[in-house]
Ligand binder design. Structure first.
Ligand code: SAM
Length: 206
């Protein structure tokens, strides 16, 4: 099982043909704006997702959260292409969430039983518990500063050792140690800096 397996990449391409997360209707846009987040869309490119997933070396005891999972492509890729125990995709825009649910069903229909490891929640990412998370990914580049600061505080309070992959740099915090910076291709920029943090000892789960 490899995240860069050509057959898996072909399947994801087929499932996501015609799926377009960039526009949301006014109700979804208002819902997301009310949360303090941003409805601006963008995705990690499939080859970069494969690289990041290989880098993270997820195993059966890992629980990966994609906060703001959009149409679910990265989360589904993680569930199908790694040995991760569980993936949780959290997305507030209903249309994007529903596209992710349909993509998971298509993967299941194609015989990929690991699709069942993907849980999809239509919820505000600041209101979900991260108590069981071991890795959090968030494509947070477009989030307004106050929302990003609240997200960083939330992650910093999660369990020590949790890894946080953020596409935006965070303000320095004694609870979040920057371990690495990767350069990954995103839909809005090639070789975009992606920051890998780790929650330091002394944090608390919630
Ligand atoms: C840049 S997209 C990320 C898509 C996907 N994770 C990826 O990297 O390919 C960010 C997503 O966060 C969602 N979002 C913004 N505020 C949110 C909130 N408060 N709760 C949940 N999702 C939110 C947006 O609707 C959008 O789909």
């Amino acid at each position: 099982m490899r995240p860069d397996d050509p057959e898996l990449l072909r399947l994801l391409r087929r499932i996501y043909r015609g799926v377009w997360g960039y526009d949301v209707g006014p109700a979804d846009a208002a819902r997301v704006e009310r949360s303090g987040g941003a409805e601006t869309y963008g995705e990690i490119r499939p080859a970069a997702a494969a690289r990041l997933l290989a880098h993270l070396r997820l195993g059966p005891s890992d629980v990966l959260y994609d906060l703001g999972s959009g149409t679910g492509r990265f989360a589904l890729h993680a569930a199908l292409g790694t040995r991760v125990g569980r993936v949780v995709g959290v997305e507030l825009a209903r249309a994007r969430h529903e596209a992710a649910v349909a993509a998971r069903a298509a993967a299941r229909a194609a015989g990929r039983r690991r699709a069942d490891r993907l849980e999809l929640r239509c919820a505000d990412l600041l209101r979900v518990s991260l108590a069981d998370a071991t890795v959090v990914y968030c494509c947070d580049t477009a989030f307004p500063e106050p929302f990003l600061a609240r997200l960083a505080r939330k992650v910093a309070r999660a369990r020590p050792g949790l890894r946080f992959v953020s596409t935006a740099p965070l303000d320095p915090s004694p609870r979040l140690a920057l371990e690495e910076v990767l350069r990954l291709d995103m839909s809005w920029r090639r070789r975009s800096k992606t920051y890998l943090y780790r929650v330091a000892a002394g944090g608390r789960s919630r």
